[in-house]
Design a protein around this ligand. Structure first.
Ligand code: ATP
Ligand code: MG
Length: 631
């Protein structure tokens, strides 16, 4: 049994041997000749000369040993349906979808845009693309026409796979009119549209362009579409980042490196085995959905659960009822979702037997202590924070409990994962920080390990200039997040590099100020931004959601609460951190994935144009801020 420290050291010092061993976790048609080609940094090519296929590894290779085991369970509390597909059935459905895409003219290397709710057909479409070597570009189903149109133009898909409608809170949300409008707006025109008709809303079909999945499926009932053996470096998909800090970046991923990285993460990070059940509550429109709803669990021969619905409907026990019914062993969610559940009656959690669960992994944003504590008490399993990015495809920092059981340290997502040569860089000097507890930019010495982005889709220049320009002359990838590392190698993420404000020469983290403000008993949630100020350079401005807003229509009551909040920051952090204003709002502007859009708040607070808002959840929240600041 190796210690994690030793395992990690091998991954860095004997990089090629290490990854050659990991490469055995997947099937290759032709084995790789070279583990890593880094002759043109920062572009890394993994498993060069090897040919493989993601769909083969996720589906076909399990047919012999576990053909009748459930592979995919699609549960919808929106339509009250549960559909379960064994690996054998999934294999058949994916081939029907692959044959349909081929019939619509899709060829290897072409893009297929998937704009779908969380239904099984979305998984068939992703796997079918992988099977024939087409690149999928999944666009989150909650996006409206404008966002979709810009992604259609970026991906230039030959076919778009979509549906009549999604559903949210029991109400159908029509997709087809949004798609039609997006295609009307887009410069690029897809050759065909393949539509899943869920019978939720009527659809008008455009003849010659629109096709129904039911018709094509029936035509290709017995289709046999062999897996296309693809070069390891063949791109498998493109996916956009969440757009929290600016225009979303089109992340392009390879085939072989991604397969190996996911297979390795299932074993070493999730300590998962074939036959167990994985339930990630994300959406296929995000990276967690790609890596840990679809590919990771299936590559590992697990049953994966795909869930359409809210965490609170029909009641706040719905996830736990799924855990009980399907004996879920591994669960993956986001702090936002747990915070939603925390507001509900805790009795819901106690109603179900969740003893099958081994751990709950949370990612996507900082995990605050009250949230971690609450869910840990409720579930009585380890709560494992993990830090990564759309760009990396799998965790950078967490605990590799499959190698060695390690204790969680509160507030820390964990240690550097094998393969990631993580460093902290001093922003001012560009020097690496080697002492414990120093604050720097979290960075990764190139090459990035397998599974990470190859480049920005069709924009190598943007890849280099965006991520690799932190230290001139060094091949260092910047995450644009601040962090510190303690003496035992645990990292703590302190926020994004653009979340730092400079008040009269003092550099302050917005997160610190936010933590201070949220410790006021009547503040539920708060965002702090730096706003340009003639005198001080920048001042902090706070937007807070009160827990109880009764009486706050009254200006005097608002001023009283504002004063209390300011006094609290004075006391905890000092007057320099005191916000110049505290505005009380009913909601904060967030991305569709639940992340705070601080840069949009800042722009509006400064009276600037907020820029790309395509990933914003609720425009009204920003409108409210605009009118308050203007008043
Ligand atoms: P964009 O790059 O388009 O601005 P984004 O960075 O929000 O959007 P994602 O790739 O979805 O897009 O999110 C990655 C970021 O989320 C990380 O860089 C980090 O800021 C934050 N993050 C993810 N996981 C954690 C975590 N466990 N703890 C703290 N922050 C996290
Ligand atoms: Mg990012």
């Amino acid at each position: 049994m190796t210690s994690y420290a030793e395992f990690y050291r091998q991954s860095i010092d004997q990089r090629d041997d290490f990854w050659a061993t990991q490469a055995r976790l997947v099937d290759w048609q032709t084995p790789p000749q070279q583990v890593c080609d880094y002759s043109h940094p920062p572009f890394a090519k993994w498993f060069v000369g090897g040919t493989t296929n993601l769909c083969h590894n996720a589906v076909d290779r399990h047919l012999a040993d576990r053909g009748e085991q459930a592979a995919l369970v699609a549960i919808s509390t929106e339509t009250d349906t549960e559909r379960s597909y064994s690996f054998r059935e999934l294999h058949a459905e994916v081939q029907r979808m692959a044959a349909s895409l081929l019939a619509l003219g899709v060829k290897k290397g072409d893009r297929v845009l998937i704009y779908m709710p969380m239904v099984a057909e979305a998984a068939f479409a992703m796997l079918a693309c992988a099977r024939i070597g087409a690149l999928h570009s999944v666009v989150f189903g909650g996006f409206a026409s404008g966002s979709l149109a810009s992604r259609i133009d970026d991906a230039e898909p030959v076919v778009i796979v979509s549906a009549d409608a999604g559903s949210r809170g029991g109400k159908a949300v029509a997709y087809k009119p949004l798609l039609d409008e997006a295609i009307r707006q887009a410069r690029h025109q897809p050759g065909a549209v393949l539509l899943v008709d869920r019978g939720l809303v009527p659809m008008e079909l455009e003849s010659g362009r629109d096709h129904l999945w039911n018709d094509l499926r029936a035509e290709h009932m017995d289709a046999q579409v062999p897996c296309e053996w693809l070069a390891s470096t063949h791109p498998s998909y493109t996916l956009y980042t969440s757009g929290t800090t600016g225009k979303p970046k089109g992340v392009q991923r390879d085939t072989g490196g991604y397969a190996v990285a996911l297979a390795a993460s299932m074993k070493h990070i999730f300590n998962a085995r074939a036959g167990q059940t994985f339930f990630a509550t994300s959406d296929i429109g995000w990276v967690v959905g790609h890596s840990y709803i679809i590919y990771g669990p299936l590559i590992a021969g697990m049953t994966t659960i795909m869930y359409e619905g809210l965490p609170t409907r029909p009641d706040a026990g719905v996830w736990w009822s799924i855990v009980e019914k399907y004996q879920v062993t591994h669960m993956f969610s986001a702090p936002t979702a747990v915070r939603v559940l925390k507001k509900q009656d805790p009795a819901y959690l106690k109603k179900y037997d969740v003893s099958s669960l081994k751990a709950l992994w949370l990612a996507g944003e900082p995990l605050d202590e009250p949230t971690a504590q609450w869910i840990s008490d409720a579930l009585q399993v380890p709560i494992i924070d993990n830090y990564w990015q759309t760009e990396t495809g799998w965790p950078i920092l967490t605990l590799a409990n499959g190698i060695e059981q390690q204790t969680t340290r509160f507030g820390s997502p964990g240690k550097a994962m094998y393969g990631y040569h993580v460093k902290l860089i001093d922003e001012a000097t560009g020097q690496e920080l080697t002492e414990p507890n120093q604050k720097g930019v979290v960075a990764i010495e190139g090459p990035l390990p397998p599974g990470c982005m190859q480049t920005v889709w069709r924009d190598d220049e943007r890849f280099v200039s965006t991520y690799w320009s932190t230290i001139p002359g060094r091949q260092i990838y910047s995450t644009f997040d601040w962090g510190i590392r303690d003496a035992d190698g645990y990292y703590f993420i302190l926020g994004r590099t653009d979340d730092v404000i400079n008040v009269a020469g003092h550099r302050l983290g917005t997160r610190e100020i936010e933590e201070s403000i949220s410790s006021h008993p009547n503040i539920a949630e708060v965002a702090v931004v730096g706003v340009a100020d003639n005198l001080k350079g920048q001042v902090a401005m706070a937007f807070a959601v009160p827990r109880d807003a009764t009486g706050l229509e009254d200006a005097a009551a608002r001023m009283k609460l504002e004063g209390e909040v300011m006094k609290q920051v004075d006391k905890q952090l000092g007057a320099v951190a005191r916000p110049s204003r505290v505005f009380f709002v009913t909601a904060l502007p967030k991305t569709r994935s639940g992340k705070l859009l601080r840069r949009a708040l800042q722009a509006v607070a400064e009276g600037r144009d907020p820029g790309d808002l395509t990933t914003m959840e609720d425009p009204a929240a920003l409108q409210q801020v605009r009118s308050m600041v203007a008043a």
